[in-house]
Design a protein around this ligand. Structure first.
Ligand SMILES: Nc1ncnc2c1ncn2[C@@H]1O[C@H](COP(=O)(O)OP(=O)(O)OP(=O)(O)O)[C@@H](O)[C@H]1O
Ligand SMILES: [Mg+2]
Length: 504
C-alpha cells in the first residue's frame, strides 16, 4: 500500500488550470521523481502537499486513512518535510536558528533556548551533508545560494512535531555543486533505506535515472507518464515532458568569430583573481570552468564593474573596465547572475518591467516612456524563450522558477549586447528550454556578441565554447581550444592532472 496517495488533485489560478485531476502514489522506502517542463505544475503540487497552497479539490490518504491537506501544521503532523524551490531563509537570523525555524528548538528546563545545543545540533545536521564550512552562529543573510540550500537541507533533518515519513525536495541540485549533490544523493539513499518516502523534483534526466525507482511526469497539469524508471528511457521521458521530439545537443556555429577584440585582459589581478590574460573577440564564446568557486563569479563580476582591479590592464568594449553594473549595462555589457532570485529580479514587478528595465533609455523617446513599445519588446523575448505566462503584467513572482530564470535571460539578450556574461544559464530550465537558450546564444554570437559562459555543466561548455579558460584558486591556469576535448579530458585539465595544449 502507498504511504501517501493523492487522487483528483485540481488547482487553478485566475481560471487557468495548473493541475487537473492529478494522481500520485508515494511508497515508503522509495525515491519517486517528479518531472515536467517549466510551469508544468510541480512546485504547485508540492506547495499543496505542504499546506502552503490550498487545492481546489483533492483526495489524500495517508496509510489508507483520509488526510486533510490544508495547513503547514497538518503536513508537519503527518511527518512531511520539505525543501522548497524558493529558498526562504530569514537573513537576520543565524544559520542554526534558520535550521530550526518552524521546528521545536532545544531548550533548557523547557524554557530558555539552549544555544549551545542548538548550535551543536545544527552543526550535526550540516555535517550529514559533509558541510563544515558554515558556522551555525553566522548570520544566514550573508550566505550564497548554495549554502542557503544546505541550510534548508539540514533543516529537513532536524525534525518536526512527529517523525519524518516523507521528504519532498524541489530541485535541490540546481543550487548545489557536484560534490554537494553527491552527498545529498547519499543522504536521500539513507533516508529511503530507513523507510521514508522521497519525492524528488529535477530537470536532470541522468540524476533521476540514477536516484529514483519511479518517475511521474506532469505535462500541462496532467500526469503524462508514471512508471518505474527501469521501464522508461531518456527519450520516453523527454516525449512525455514536452509532447514533441527534442534533438538534444548543441546547435552548430552560425559564423566564425570576428577579428575585432571586445575584451582584452593583460595580466589582470583583482581580489583573489590573478594572471588573467586573454583576448575575446566579437562573436566568440569563451567558456570559464574550474573547481567549485575557483573564481568564476569573481571574473564575471569584475567584467561587470563590481570588482576593483589591483594590477595589470583591461580593455572592455573599447574602454577600461566599467566602474559599476549600471555603467556596464549602458555600454552594452549584460549579465545573467547565478543567484537569479536574489539579484536578478524585482519579484513584485511585472514581466514587462523586469524585462525592459535596463533598456528604458533606448526604448523611450525624448525621455518619455512608451508602454506599448515596452510590452511589444517583452512579448518578443517571451515568445523566443517560450515563456509560460498568463499576461505580461503578471508579477514575476507568480511565474514558475524556470520561467523566472527565462525572464532574467530575456532581459540580458533583449538588445544584442556587445559582451554577454552568463553564469549557469541553464540551471533549473527544462530540456526544451535548454535547447531554445542554446539556439538564442548561437544567434547572438552570429550577430557579433562576445559571450563569457561560466558553467559547471561541462558538456554545455564543450558544446558552446570556442575556447575554454580554466581557473584554479582564482588564477588563470590555462586557455584551451574546445575542439577535440571531451568532458573527461576537460575534467583532467580542471584538476590539473594533465598539461594543457595552449590555444592560439
Ligand atoms: N500565485 C500564482 N498566480 C498565478 N499563477 C501562478 C501562481 N503560482 C503559480 N502559478 C502558475 O502555475 C503554473 C505552474 O507553476 P509551478 O511553479 O508549479 O511550475 P513548475 O512545474 O514548478 O515549474 P519549474 O520547473 O519552472 O519550477 C505556472 O504557469 C505559474 O505561472
Ligand atoms: Mg518549480
Amino acid at each position: 500500500m502507498a504511504l501517501l496517495s493523492i487522487r483528483e488533485l485540481h488547482k487553478s489560478y485566475g481560471g487557468a488550470p495548473v493541475l487537473s485531476g492529478v494522481s500520485l502514489d508515494l511508497r515508503a522506502g522509495e525515491v519517486h521523481a517528479l518531472m515536467g517542463e517549466n510551469g508544468a505544475g510541480k512546485s504547485t503540487l508540492i506547495r499543496i502537499l505542504a499546506g502552503v497552497t490550498v487545492a481546489d479539490r483533492v483526495e489524500a490518504r495517508l496509510d489508507g486513512a483520509s488526510l486533510g491537506l490544508g495547513t503547514p501544521a497538518e503536513a508537519d503532523r503527518a511527518g512531511f518535510r520539505f525543501v522548497h524551490q524558493e529558498l526562504n531563509i530569514v537573513p537576520a537570523l543565524s544559520v542554526a536558528e534558520n535550521i530550526f525555524l518552524g521546528h521545536p528548538m532545544p531548550r533548557r528546563f523547557g524554557a530558555a533556548v539552549d544555544w549551545k545545543r542548538l548550535n551543536a545540533r545544527a552543526a550535526e545536521a550540516l555535517a550529514r551533508f559533509g558541510v563544515r564550512h558554515i558556522d551555525p552562529r553566522a548570520k544566514a543573510g550573508r550566505l550564497g545560494v548554495g549554502d542557503r540550500m544546505l541550510i534548508r537541507l539540514a533543516s529537513m533533518l532536524v525534525g518536526g512535531a512527529s517523525p519524518a515519513r516523507l521528504f519532498v525536495l524541489d530541485e535541490p541540485t540546481a543550487a548545489l555543486t557536484h560534490a554537494e549533490s553527491d552527498r545529498l544523493f547519499r543522504v536521500i539513499d539513507e533516508l529511503a533505506r530507513g523507510g521514508a518516502a522521497i519525492l524528488y523534483v529535477s530537470h536532470r534526466i541522468d540524476e533521476v535515472m540514477a536516484l529514483a525507482s519511479r518517475v511521474t511526469v506532469l505535462r500541462d497539469g496532467k500526469v503524462a507518464l508514471s512508471a518505474p524508471t527501469a521501464e522508461t528511457s531518456r527519450a520516453a521521458l523527454i516525449r512525455a515532458m514536452t509532447g514533441r521530439e527534442i534533438a538534444e545537443g548543441h546547435p552548430p556555429r552560425l559564423a566564425t568569430p570576428r577579428p575585432s577584440v571586445v575584451c582584452r585582459l593583460e595580466d589582470l589581478s583583482s581580489g583573489r583573481l590573478s594572471g588573467l590574460r586573454f583576448d575575446l573577440r566579437a562573436g566568440e564564446v569563451l567558456g570559464v570552468v574550474g573547481l567549485d568557486n575557483a573564481g568564476q563569479s569573481d571574473l564575471l563580476r569584475l567584467l561587470l564593474g563590481e570588482g576593483a582591479p589591483a594590477g595589470g590592464r583591461a580593455e572592455v568594449a573599447g574602454r577600461s573596465l566599467p566602474r559599476s553594473p549600471a555603467e556596464a549595462w549602458r555600454r552594452g555589457i549584460a549579465y545573467v547572475p547565478r543567484e537569479r532570485r536574489k539579484e536578478g529580479l524585482m519579484s513584485g514587478r511585472t514581466i514587462t518591467a523586469n524585462t525592459v528595465l535596463p533598456h528604458l533609455s533606448r526604448l523611450s523617446r525624448h525621455g518619455l516612456a512608451r508602454p506599448r513599445r515596452e510590452a511589444a519588446e517583452a512579448r518578443r523575448v517571451a515568445e523566443r524563450l517560450r515563456l509560460r505566462f498568463q499576461h505580461l503584467s503578471q508579477p514575476v513572482r507568480t511565474l514558475s522558477g524556470g520561467n523566472q530564470q527565462k525572464v532574467v535571460l530575456g532581459r540580458a539578450t533583449l538588445a544584442t549586447p556587445r559582451l554577454l556574461l552568463l553564469e549557469e544559464p541553464t540551471r533549473g530550465v527544462d530540456v526544451g528550454a535548454r535547447q531554445d537558450i542554446y539556439a538564442a546564444l548561437r544567434g547572438l554570437a552570429a550577430e557579433g556578441c562576445a559571450i563569457v559562459l561560466a558553467s559547471t555543466d561541462l558538456p554545455e561548455v564543450l558544446g558552446l565554447a570556442d575556447r575554454i579558460l580554466i581557473l584554479r584558486d582564482g588564477r588563470q591556469a590555462a586557455i584551451v581550444g574546445a575542439a577535440g576535448l571531451d568532458p573527461s579530458s576537460l575534467l583532467a585539465l580542471i584538476y590539473g592532472d594533465e598539461e594543457p595544449v595552449p590555444a592560439s
